[in-house]
Design a protein around this ligand. Structure first.
Ligand code: S3P
Length: 184
């Protein structure tokens, strides 16, 4: 953990780090590890929306519909405007709305995590709280959805980090090095 901070001579971040990427690319795991290393807060957007609504993501989608959930995401990002030094773990669909990307960039650097469809499948296949994959849990569907979204993910990203076959420590090192380079 110390070695991550040492990469920046002990300096933390004076902006938010916004993690985006497809479902199963490791956003939550990386957000937790990064924030622990740098003494930052974490905002897990899905979890915050679940807490506020008092129901699971699957229930929000089935009771209120996807649009309602997407509006909740936009409102939450707008609230984050006043925050600094937070690692924000977005839902996989958050950067698909233009306005969300604008909000992320106002006081944050956007980090895109990527993984191969096969890797994603292995990571998400046993989870049942992802309504968009629930009846489509296979590599082909993931591949297709990923390629439809990739342009928007790339357009939103300040940096892109591949995660296949890497440990969370290595992924975090890559992120810290790339963010530090951006600050130059
Ligand atoms: C979604 C991703 C999910 C969650 C919702 C929709 C998406 O978040 O926000 O099920 O559209 O990709 P994770 O990426 O954390 O699984």
């Amino acid at each position: 953990m110390e070695s991550l901070k040492a990469l920046r001579n002990g300096k933390s971040f004076d902006y938010n780090i916004v993690l985006i990427g497809f479902m199963g690319t490791g956003k939550s795991t990386i957000a937790n590890y990064l924030s622990e290393c740098f003494g930052m807060k974490t905002l897990e957007m899905d979890q915050e929306i679940v807490n506020r609504e008092g129901m699971s993501i699957a229930d929000i989608f089935s009771v209120h519909g996807e649009e309602y959930f997407r509006n909740a995401e936009t409102n939450l990002l707008k609230e984050m405007q006043s925050e600094r030094n937070v690692v924000i773990s977005c839902g996989g669909g958050t950067p698909l709305r233009e306005v969300n990307v604008q909000e992320m960039k106002k006081n944050g650097k956007v980090v895109l995590l990527t993984a191969k469809p096969e890797t994603i499948y292995e990571r998400v296949k046993d989870n049942h709280d992802r309504p968009l994959l629930e009846n489509n849990m296979n590599v082909e569907f993931i591949q297709d959805m990923l390629s439809k979204r990739m342009d928007k993910y790339l357009a939103a990203a300040d940096i892109t980090i591949e995660t296949d076959g890497k440990s969370k420590i290595d992924i975090c090192k890559d992120i810290v090095a790339a963010l530090t380079e951006l600050e130059k």
